[in-house]
Design a protein around this ligand. Structure first.
Ligand SMILES: *[C@@H]1O[C@H](CO)[C@@H](O)[C@H](O)[C@H]1NC(C)=O
Ligand SMILES: *[C@@H]1O[C@H](CO)[C@@H](O)[C@H](O)[C@H]1NC(C)=O
Ligand SMILES: *[C@@H]1O[C@H](CO)[C@@H](O)[C@H](O)[C@H]1NC(C)=O
Ligand SMILES: [Zn+2]
Length: 527
């Protein structure tokens, strides 16, 4: 390689004047690495006594589109936001003791979408892309293939077992991921009746917003966006009254929020639509919460109005404080839903900041729960064609340049690159010189090999991080639909509960059984 090809990146603190990456002095000492590894080994050995408690609470954190390259890049970003070089940082999810891989394909797709995958990791059944809460026997957009093909979710199993249940997302609450936990729809886009073909309505199919309130009675906590799908057509939005595109969409003229508040009037149910209202609630006095903070999806965390819009972490904290009052425990689905959107737009900085915020929420949930009775799983539905590379030095800003020029066009390139997407760009017929633009901008679209208006999902496996009771059952390489089977088993809900009697009952029954045995022995001797 030509020496002239080495570009000195001055913007990074971690680079010395010679352009060589710097790292902490103690990393030169083998003792440092040996001690670190030995500490890790000690932790691993302590896991030999497995946590076989019954899980009272279940939490699933779903990073939409959070493939493994996204996890690694978000880890580096989190460290760099804390003034470190980044690579050595531990995400909250990195601290989970058990990690496995999930195969994400849909029944009819090698590279999946968020609807078919949500059906897998929520209902335990692989399904076709574009469909939620129905088996692969249902055909996308064909209303008449719904009936008889419905599958139910772990949220429903939990509710039926007497647990409190909640959904928290940064997308609209009727988006693909959350909807598979309560809806049965052959089309993920049927947000309200306005988005449905007349034929589907005539054949009796219901829009997803309506199913949110009608299918599972009283989901205890619902938070996210999607206000407009709940209000009658043309009803102006409370936050953007002059913006017609945010007005209500419902052709049936129903006001689902009003119906909900009427139903909850005497049940300590509260509807909120901004951060101030949310944070003014005392969770001890709230049994049901409906929070709809935007007409459609929430803002990206980087662009969020921190005065009026709650963060994912703030929503998760309130959700857990409400749900955990139930002595029978709870099930909570948390979606970092806009990691996916950032990637689709080729805006890696948005996607990675969304990921860091979800990681913060994972840390908050950890403070509010205990691994003794709470199983927490962190995973993604699918990956993206996002990656970073180019032999960057230690501590190179994650949004920075590779330390070399292309040996073909002699131009610099960013470490982050997409396989396809809107970042493909030609200037006078040639690849753009990224040094002439602000590639650290929040909305910079990283270069892509193939032009597409929307970057696509990726097809490789995703990571599944687990902790708490029976978390060790999530090991190896599994089909994605295995996840809710494990979570339900750990909590003694759903279809497989035989072990619950013997496991939880055994301790209670053993003294009784032995005294009966003793009595029988005595009886036999006496007779
Ligand atoms: C179901 O609907 C599709 C159109 O969506 C139609 O082509 C088909 O004939 C219908 N099948 C039945 C059994 O009604
Ligand atoms: C909503 O507004 C549009 C445009 O003003 C109008 O054409 C339509 O009839 C209205 N719909 C309802 C249900 O009021
Ligand atoms: C790319 O842009 C930088 C900054 O303007 C400039 O110094 C460099 O010569 C350009 N490289 C090419 C190959 O045009
Ligand atoms: Zn997507």
């Amino acid at each position: 390689m030509k020496l002239t090809a080495v570009l000195i990146v001055c913007s990074s603190l971690m680079f010395g004047s010679l352009g060589k990456p710097q790292f902490p002095e103690h990393e030169k000492d083998p003792k440092f690495w040996n001690m670190w590894a030995q500490r890790t080994l000690k932790n691993a050995l302590s896991l030999q006594s497995l946590n076989t408690n019954k899980a009272m609470n279940l939490i699933l954190f779903l990073g939409d589109g959070m493939g493994i390259p996204t996890v690694t890049a978000a880890r580096i970003l989190k460290g760099q936001l804390n003034g470190q070089s980044g690579e050595e940082t531990q995400l909250e999810m990195d601290k989970f003791p058990f990690v496995s891989l999930a195969k994400t394909y849909n029944t009819n797709a090698q590279v999946p979408d968020s609807a078919g995958t949500a059906t897998a990791y929520l209902c335990g059944v692989k399904a076709n892309e574009g469909t939620v809460g129905v088996s692969a026997a249902a055909v996308r957009t064909q209303c008449n293939t719904t009936q008889g093909n419905e599958v139910t979710s772990i949220l429903k199993w939990a509710k039926e077992a007497g647990k409190s249940v909640g959904i928290v997302t940064t997308t609209r609450v009727n988006h693909a991921t959350p909807s598979a936990s309560y809806a049965h729809s052959v089309d993920r886009d049927w947000y309200s009746d306005n988005e449905m073909p007349a034929e589907a309505l005539r054949d009796g199919c219901k829009d997803i917003a309506r199913q949110l309130f009608e299918n599972i009675p009283n989901i205890d906590v619902i938070m996210g966006g999607g206000r407009k799908y709940m209000f009658p057509k043309n009803k102006s939005d409370v936050e953007y009254p002059n913006d017609l595109k945010h007005s209500g969409t419902r052709k049936d003229g129903r006001n689902l929020v009003e119906e909900w508040t009427d139903r909850m009037k005497d049940k300590k149910g509260y509807y909120v639509w901004n951060k101030k209202q949310l944070l003014s609630l005392n969770p001890n006095n709230v049994n049901y919460l409906l929070g709809l903070f935007e007409p459609a999806d929430l803002q990206y965390d980087l662009e969020r109005n921190t005065e009026t819009d709650p963060s994912l972490t703030e929503m998760v904290e309130m959700a857990i404080k409400i749900l955990r009052k139930n002595p029978r425990g709870f099930y909570l689905l948390v979606e970092g839903g806009r990691i996916d959107h950032g990637h689709h737009e080729g805006k890696a900085k948005q996607a990675l900041h969304e990921t860091v915020e979800m990681d913060r929420a994972i840390g908050r949930a950890d403070l509010l729960t205990s691994v003794h009775d709470t199983m927490t799983v962190v995973t993604a539905d699918h990956s993206h064609v996002f990656n970073f590379g180019g032999y960057t030095g230690r501590g190179n800003t994650i949004f920075g340049l590779a330390p070399m020029l292309s040996d073909i066009d002699q131009k610099p390139f960013t470490s982050i690159i997409y396989g396809n997407g809107p970042g493909y760009k030609l200037i006078n017929g040639a690849r753009e010189n990224v040094s002439t633009v602000d590639y650290q901008d929040n909305n910079y679209q990283a270069q892509a090999a193939v032009p597409l208006s929307m970057e696509t999902h990726g097809g490789e496996d995703v990571a599944v991080f687990a902790k708490g009771p029976l978390a060790h059952l999530l090991h190896g390489v599994n089909e994605q639909n295995y996840i809710p089977h494990v979570m339900a088993y750990a909590a003694c809900i759903g279809q497989n509960r035989e072990h619950c009697v013997s496991r939880s009952g055994a301790a209670d029954l053993r003294p009784v059984l032995s005294s009966i045995a003793a009595l029988l022995t005595v009886t036999r001797i006496l007779c």
